[in-house]
Write a protein that binds this ligand. Structure first.
Ligand SMILES: C[S@@+](CC[C@H](N)C(=O)[O-])C[C@H]1O[C@@H](n2cnc3c(N)ncnc32)[C@H](O)[C@@H]1O
Length: 437
């Protein structure tokens, strides 16, 4: 008796076509490029669904690509206009056992129709035959690798969202749209003071009138471009696109007024200056700002060292939103993580630098367990007992007593004391850290 194959619990998915809705990706409008399985699916289709442009292209080319185009009587549904209705009809036709092909642009799983299809069909009922995505094609045309690129879409999404991602990126591809064509991206980039090494608009890829132009920021902002484009931006020398201004002064300890904050929940400028000094920021690596409050420390770190990847962890949702707003208005690349430490730290890459402004010794212990070799931690406290606990773990502690001068009505000056703050730091002790001669 033949042996039963072992029960592996694996589900076989993949290329099997029967009983599935086939989603065919087309780049540009050239059907001659499609894979054989896409042609076969189209030849046997009873229903073909797609946007106006792709349906027209298919109708005009079907005789060129397939000698026996399936379903001379194949129904067509144009999904432009009423996408939910079209998705419901696809699901209904599938249930009736009809062979359905959905035409999509590029890779259907990449900012494409696949997401909408999954609202009415389960993924086991779908077979995707992708083409190259517009972004892959754009980078191919430019002769650039793109495994290190960030892809953002300004297609049907707020421009601010895209800009937030661009700000942190070193290499980015932006999908554009009629509402947000390439020139709008250009103007936004100019406003935020972007610096670029390479800027390109890749339009109508795969069409006969495809155009790929490399240009400067001024020309992008003042030009007029096809909205069916991918804008590729590469920052200077691998540095972030925004926030790296060669004319900027090197200053730290920004005034509290630069940050929106909740009832004084912002590290005082002079205390922050000391914290930044103790952090001894490297030019690259990962920094966590835990208990970020207004985000002032993380934001200053990102501004001073744009090569750092900065995470600001904040448990209060309103404060977290304020960090986003502060980072945006100060052009700082900061990833805001809304959550409570130490749990929220699990998702983050191990740090090279950490500032602990909130959370107790438990957080400090978790930070030390995750700190990368050669890393350092700075923590600030109002309470003496926690500060000494931190000193035992980190090695160094100072207290900063800050008095602000204020004029009196008679023209003389008085000193007004701020609450004392303890700053602990370590674990790498050296001349730099101890402050001893
Ligand atoms: C909804 S997304 C679809 C992306 C598609 N699934 C892909 O893989 O390229 C639409 C955006 O992709 C970009 N795009 C799609 N086709 C393009 C083409 N032929 N040339 C340039 N950009 C294109 C444009 O930015 C367009 O606004």
């Amino acid at each position: 008796m033949p042996e039963e194959p072992p029960e592996t619990g694996r589900a076989r998915l993949g290329k099997a076509a029967s009983g599935k809705v086939t989603v065919v990706g087309v780049q540009g409008n050239d059907f001659a490029w499609l894979a054989r399985e896409a042609h076969e699916a189209l030849a046997g289709a009873a229903l073909v669904v797609g946007g106006t442009r792709l349906l027209a292209a298919w109708s005009s080319q079907r005789s060129l690509v397939d000698a026996s185009p399936g379903g001379p009587g194949a129904r067509q549904i144009d999904l432009t206009g009423d996408l939910p209705r079209a998705m419901a009809e696809v699901a209904e036709a599938h249930r009736r056992g009809e062979s359905v092909v959905v035409l999509a642009s590029g890779d259907p799983g990449f900012f494409g129709i696949l997401r909408a299809l999954l609202s009415t069909l389960d993924r086991q009922s779908i077979r995707v035959v992708p083409h190259v995505s517009s972004v892959a094609m754009a980078f191919a045309r430019l002769g650039l690798p793109w495994d290190d690129a960030v892809v953002v879409s300004a297609h049907g999404r707020p421009l601010e969202e895209a800009l937030g991602a661009i700000r942190i990126a070193r290499k980015v591809a932006v999908l554009t749209s009629p509402d947000t064509p390439p020139e709008v991206i250009g103007r936004a980039l100019k406003r935020t003071g972007a610096s670029v090494d390479l800027l390109a608009v890749c339009s109508r890829l795969g069409f006969s009138d495809e155009e790929v132009v490399e240009l400067g920021l001024d020309d992008l902002a003042s030009g007029k471009f096809d909205p069916l484009s991918v804008v590729v931006v590469v920052g200077p020398g691998g540095l972030p696109i925004v926030g790296w201004d060669s004319k900027a002064t090197l200053a730290w300890g920004l005034d509290q007024g630069a940050f929106r904050h909740r009832a004084g929940m912002v590290t005082k400028a002079e205390v922050r200056a000391v914290i930044l000094g103790k952090l001894a920021l490297p030019t690259a690596g990962v920094l966590w700002d835990i208990g970020a409050g207004s985000g002032s420390v993380g934001i200053e770190c990102a501004r001073l060292s744009p090569g750092l990847t900065v995470f600001a962890v904040e448990k209060n949702p309103e404060d977290a939103q304020r960090v986003v707003a502060n980072a945006s208005s100060l052009d700082a690349g900061v990833h805001v993580v809304e959550g409570t430490a130490p749990e929220a730290l699990v998702r983050l890459p191990d740090p090279d630098r950490v500032f602990v402004g909130g959370g107790g010794l438990e957080v400090l212990d978790e930070v030390l367990a995750r700190l990368r070799p050669g890393g350092r931690v700075v923590a600030s406290f109002a309470a003496l007992d926690r500060a000494t606990g931190a000193a035992e773990r980190l090695g160094s502690l100072v207290q900063i007593g800050l008095s602000r001068a204020a004029p009196l009505p008679d023209g003389s000056w008085r000193l007004s004391a701020e609450n004392p703050v303890f700053i602990a730091w370590g674990p790498n002790l050296g001349a730099l850290d101890t402050g001893q001669a």
